[in-house]
Design a binder for this molecule. Structure first.
Ligand SMILES: Cc1cc2nc3c(=O)[nH]c(=O)nc-3n(C[C@H](O)[C@H](O)[C@H](O)COP(=O)(O)OP(=O)(O)OC[C@H]3O[C@@H](n4cnc5c(N)ncnc54)[C@H](O)[C@@H]3O)c2cc1C
Length: 513
């Protein structure tokens, strides 16, 4: 690890999806550095969002009604005050995005064209460019970032380790493609690294979404919350691609129904809640049979016009939804749990904030209401930026090169093994003994070589399985076949790295102490 000297230490934002870039813009004119694994505007789930952004802007709607729907979806684990703040902040969030140049679809009269999505009691989904909402929003934000004099962007740069002292964060170690590892001194770091979907074998997420922010936070000592709460989308296109394209809920809304491979109808309510439909599809597949959507009669030739993106993905696999069945299966889609933060986005580690999908703000609880995540990213970015800007700057501490132990690189073989273990143990349906075996397998390295020896992907998968094992109930996105009922009192699953170490056999505890 070499050291990059810094005359001053601007705030560092890790991640260039909507959460990270909106934070950087809201911080202006305060200088900040954005580090991101890929090219700006790429490798972010934000760009893939189809549905849109939820905002109670219709004449029959109110932030209170939006809050009620969000709390119902969250199945007892939402923080009511956070839900109130985020839903009330929707108007300002939309104004911010329009201010940076995003154009939301409007009807002939000039008003927003508001869409309806599952579990929303009102039409409140703003779209931009039809089903290209995320791409339009990210494009506008990236454009503005490129022109922002206060923001320095380091592309193709991955954060691999946070450095800390007794006072909190002192900087990050980054790995730059072809340039090795460097330490950037910073006493204020914002994690905006997105989700974890690519740690499952079947996912709708970019393959960069491996939850590295969770590993960074955990290794720095942060508290993580409800990591077992993963939302599976019930209908990802099952044609062997990795990641899998979404067949959006709107296709079912337009009349497509579930069928077996012979075209016989399956008794699955196409318009049921996302988690209920995912469980039904999963259960059918567990019997060794495939599940399809049948849009032949309901949409027929209109499919391609109504859903050009889905139709193109089908066509690439040799499927014509007008005459063929469309194979689907559940896929890891959104991580409701994450790094625990307060209403200002502060984690339990001084100098470390988290924003967007990597965080657990209390908005989503046990199940995310569709289209609430883009909204959360923008609203949280505002409160995080305000808090970062007003936080006292500790003097720059340049960590000695030897102070940062960088975890091992995740090899393709390790990632494949992790995806298999996580998919088997922490899929749509979970079971105690299978989770126990996965925890033992995933922690085996730590038992032999200590926690430092375990790579980030394995660590995150281990933490998810350990959390799922600890939640001995079924709630929201978490279903335990051995504990099918919800507990009487909803409670959060809180986890830190030392907690995990406590569950390990003696040698590792001795080595880590
Ligand atoms: C197919 C699909 C459709 C969706 N549709 C909707 C929708 O309609 N409405 C909605 O509200 N939500 C939707 N979502 C969810 C939503 O897109 C995401 O939750 C949201 O965009 C997350 O934003 P983010 O900024 O937190 O993360 P991301 O947009 O994923 O950005 C994360 C960033 O962090 C970077 N990064 C990761 N690790 C590191 C590291 N170690 N070092 C440096 N950089 C790193 C990545 O490269 C990326 O730039 C959808 C998601 C998917 C996958």
């Amino acid at each position: 690890v070499s050291h990059v000297p810094a005359a001053a230490t601007p705030a560092v934002v890790v991640g260039a999806g909507l959460a990270g870039l909106a934070t950087a813009l809201r911080l202006a004119p305060e200088p900040c550095v954005v580090v991101t694994t890929g090219h700006l505007g790429q490798a972010a789930a934000t760009a893939w969002a189809q549905g849109g952004l939820a905002a109670a802007l219709g004449p029959d709607d109110s932030p209170e009604q939006h809050a009620t729907d969000t709390l119902a979806a969250g199945a007892g684990l939402c923080d009511a005050e956070v839900v109130r703040q985020v839903t009330a902040g929707a108007g300002q969030a939309v104004a911010f995005l329009e201010g940076v140049g995003a154009r939301f679809d409007r009807g002939a009269g000039g008003g927003y064209r508001l869409g309806l999505e599952a579990a929303h009691s009102r039409r409140r989904i703003l779209h931009a460019g039809g089903d290209g909402s995320g791409a339009e929003i990210l494009c506008a934000v990236v454009e503005r970032i490129r022109r922002a004099p206060s923001v320095t962007v380091l592309e193709h740069t991955s954060a691999v380790r946070l450095t800390t002292s007794g006072e909190g964060v002192t900087g990050i170690v980054v790995s730059r493609a072809g340039h090795g590892e460097h330490h950037i001194a910073a006493s204020r770091v914002v994690l905006a690294t997105g989700g974890t979907g690519a740690l499952w074998r079947h996912t709708t997420n970019p393959l960069t979404a491996v939850g590295q922010g969770l590993a960074l936070a955990a290794r720095a000592g942060a508290v993580l919350r409800d990591l077992e709460m993963v939302q599976f989308h019930p209908t990802a296109l099952d044609v062997g691609t990795d990641p899998m394209p979404l067949v959006s809920e709107a296709v079912r809304g337009a009349g497509a129904t579930f069928a077996d491979q012979g075209g016989q109808p399956l008794p699955i309510d196409p318009l049921g809640p996302r988690d209920v439909v995912a469980r039904a599809v999963w259960a059918h597949q567990a019997t060794g049979r495939r599940v399809h959507l049948d849009a032949r009669r309901s949409l027929g030739r209109d499919f391609a016009t109504a859903f050009p993106g889905v139709a193109a993905a089908c066509r690439a696999a040799g499927i014509d939804p007008a005459v063929d069945l469309v194979p689907v299966r559940p896929a890891a889609h959104y991580h409701c749990g994450g790094v625990a933060v307060d209403e200002r986005g502060r984690t339990s580690v001084p100098g470390l904030w988290a924003c967007g999908e990597v965080s657990s703000t209390g908005l989503h609880g046990a199940n995310r209401l569709a289209s609430n995540s883009l909204l959360e990213a923008v609203v949280s970015a505002g409160s995080v930026a305000e808090d970062v800007a007003s936080s006292p700057r500790r003097p720059a501490r340049h960590a000695p090169a030897s102070g940062a132990v960088v975890p091992p690189v995740v090899s393709p073989a390790t990632l494949a093994r992790t995806r298999r273990l996580l998919s088997e143990a922490a899929g749509v349906l979970r079971d105690g003994p299978i989770l126990e075996r996965a925890v033992a397998d995933l922690s085996a390295h730590a038992v032999e070589d200590g926690l430092e020896a375990i790579d980030d992907a394995t660590l995150v998968a281990w933490m998810v399985c350990a959390s799922a094992l600890r939640r001995t109930e079924s709630r929201g996105g978490h279903t335990r076949t051995d504990h099918p009922e919800p507990a009487a009192q909803p409670a959060h699953t809180l986890l830190t790295l030392p907690d995990l170490a406590e569950d390990l056999p003696a040698p590792t505890i001795a080595r880590s102490a």
